[in-house]
Design a protein around this ligand. Structure first.
Ligand code: NAP
Length: 294
């Protein structure tokens, strides 16, 4: 047995997240064979140009054959089809993990397709950018960020420990929680902010021609940050909102109530309410900076 965590890793999906992990394996796990799988030949040609994998294939079943680790890193809507396709080819004792942003839906789609001879460790490296594809990846993407693992009751602790060690190798801090809890937390920290950004940028594009050009010119006033978030991959985000529908809708209800409260404060000239609210949110920013997550 080698001292390596994994000898043969199959990355199903080699976009921002998959290719960043491939770069980490290249850097920190010499001798590990990396197999990259994507749908399109162009994507795999890019992977070969970047030299971040040893083998490339468009066939997920061929990719996982002989692998001791399989990482599913595609949009969530592809999960169940991928699960069905790879299941017969998975080797005895292999670990299957994923990086999907909604854990309840990831488990629902993948777990029923996987055979008993493998271990499934659902995971979510909470790190990303608004860019997609293998060119966008970089090894430091995960540095100092959190990776949340949501193992199932019957997942072997040794498999969870190995996936934790993989993400620690990438520089991540590890948290373990129930999938349902993960989805509620991420609805607040990630999904709602994206929805708000998509809304604001969408509203601005509906404005008249004159106003629109000024929005672009003076975007540094706050709008620019929203445009960065709203430039995130449309397929990935479509899937996230559909997969985490319940948690997002519940949160949106509370958000609308708070928005109405602020609307009322502005209309009534209620300076104290506005000031107290903004002072509270400023303190949250400080605590994020102190936690080195800014
Ligand atoms: P990405 O850059 O768009 O890459 C997606 C990859 O999946 C591509 O290689 C694509 O291949 C492949 N793919 C798509 N559909 C497929 C299918 N049906 N069969 C096989 N391969 C398929 O996406 P990403 O940003 O890395 O996100 C991947 C996953 O990570 C998502 O589930 C997302 O929720 C999660 N995640 C994303 C972020 C983030 O900020 N981006 C952060 C944490 C977690 P082709 O190029 O050939 O189409």
């Amino acid at each position: 047995m080698s001292g390596r965590l994994f000898d043969r890793v199959a990355l199903i999906g080699i976009g921002l997240i998959g290719s960043s992990l491939a770069r980490v394996l290249r850097r920190d796990s010499p001798g590990t064979t990396i197999v990259a799988c994507a749908r399109r030949a162009e994507t795999l040609a890019t992977v070969r140009r970047l030299a971040i994998a040893d083998e490339t294939t468009q066939d997920p079943a061929a990719a996982v054959a002989g692998a001791d680790l399989v990482v599913v890193a595609t949009p969530l809507s592809a999960y169940s089809e991928i699960g069905r396709c790879i299941a017969p080819a998975l080797r005895e004792g292999a670990i299957v993990t994923d990086v999907g942003s909604v854990k309840g839906a990831a488990i629902e789609a993948l777990a029923p397709t996987l055979p008993d001879r493998v271990q499934f460790v659902p995971g979510h490296p909470v790190a990303g950018t608004e860019h997609s594809g293998p060119d966008a990846g970089f090894a430091d993407l995960f540095h100092d960020r959190w990776c949340i693992l949501t193992p199932l009751p019957d997942t072997a602790p040794e498999a969870v420990a190995k996936i934790a060690a993989l993400w620690e190798m990438a520089g991540m801090r590890i948290a373990t929680m129930a999938a349902e809890h993960h989805d509620k937390v991420l609805a607040v920290t990630s999904h709602l902010p994206h929805l708000i950004a998509y809304t604001i940028v969408g509203t601005a594009t509906e404005l008249g021609q004159d106003l629109q050009s000024e929005v672009v010119a003076y975007s540094a006033g706050g709008f620019r940050d929203f445009t960065r978030i709203a430039a995130s991959d449309p397929v990935m985000w479509r899937d996230i909102f559909l997969a985490n529908r319940e948690a997002v809708l519940e949160l949106l209800q509370r958000f609308s109530e708070d928005l109405t409260a602020l609307q009322r404060a502005i209309r009534r000239g209620d300076a104290d309410t506005l000031h107290d609210w903004f002072a509270r949110t400023r303190a949250i920013r400080r605590s994020i900076i102190e936690a080195k997550q800014a």
